[in-house]
Design a protein around this ligand. Structure first.
Ligand SMILES: [Fe+2]
Ligand SMILES: [Fe+2]
Length: 207
């Protein structure tokens, strides 16, 4: 498979703003922080997929897709941890980032809005992760570079999965979905472009 550091056009169009250069510059010098947070993100991604199965056990289409996704994210977690071990970097649990916490706070509590918002937030996080892997890969050396290029392709697929589930599972019309998506995209873009006190995989430019 030819690996290419280009963000897929659907994702470049989906995101309101690209990752700021200042974040990419910071990331290149903070490999240990980056990998530790990345490992936590993969674990969280697996847990998010499992969360859909716990919350919506009666939705068999959603559950079978989330079961496969959880296994794939858990494999990514194992792969990042293996690279960390090779680099003698210890793993530790990290609390939720400003990015993930703020997006989670946007999820409305009543159904079907809760399901819709949860799927759209997950689609946004996958899209941003894909875009960040593309931005990071050219800055990195092997084996990390090839690994991140492979993840770029996975996250692009996950983005499509979550977006399709939002369209299929919630019984919400295209226009209402688009309106909600526009609001959430704006929040996401603000988080990515406003100064962040903490460096994370999904942080804004360093304060
Ligand atoms: Fe992943
Ligand atoms: Fe993913």
């Amino acid at each position: 498979v030819a690996l290419n550091a280009k963000v897929p056009a659907t994702i470049a169009e989906f995101l309101v703003t690209p990752t700021p250069e200042s974040w990419i510059d910071a990331a290149a010098g903070r490999l240990a922080d980056l990998l530790l947070d990345h490992a936590n993100c993969e674990l969280k991604a697996a847990s998010t997929a499992l969360g859909f199965i716990y919350r919506y056990p009666e939705r068999s289409g959603l559950c079978s897709r989330m079961s496969r996704l959880a296994r794939e994210e858990l494999r990514h977690f194992e792969q990042v941890r293996r690279i960390m071990e090779q680099l003698s970097m210890p793993f530790a649990k990290r609390s939720a980032s400003r990015y993930a916490g703020s997006l989670r706070d946007c999820v409305r509590r009543e159904e079907p809005h809760r399901l819709l918002d949860s799927l759209l937030v997950a689609a946004l996080i996958e899209a941003r992760s894909c875009e960040r892997f593309a931005a990071l890969a050219p800055q990195l050396e092997e084996p990390l570079r090839g690994f991140y290029l492979g993840l770029l392709a996975s996250e692009a697929r996950h983005f499509e999965v979550y977006l399709a589930l939002a369209q299929q599972q919630c019984g919400i019309g295209d226009q209402a979905l688009e309106r909600r998506l526009t609001d959430l995209k704006r929040v996401e873009s603000d988080l990515i472009t406003s100064a962040d006190s903490e460096f994370r995989f999904h942080s804004g430019p360093p304060a």
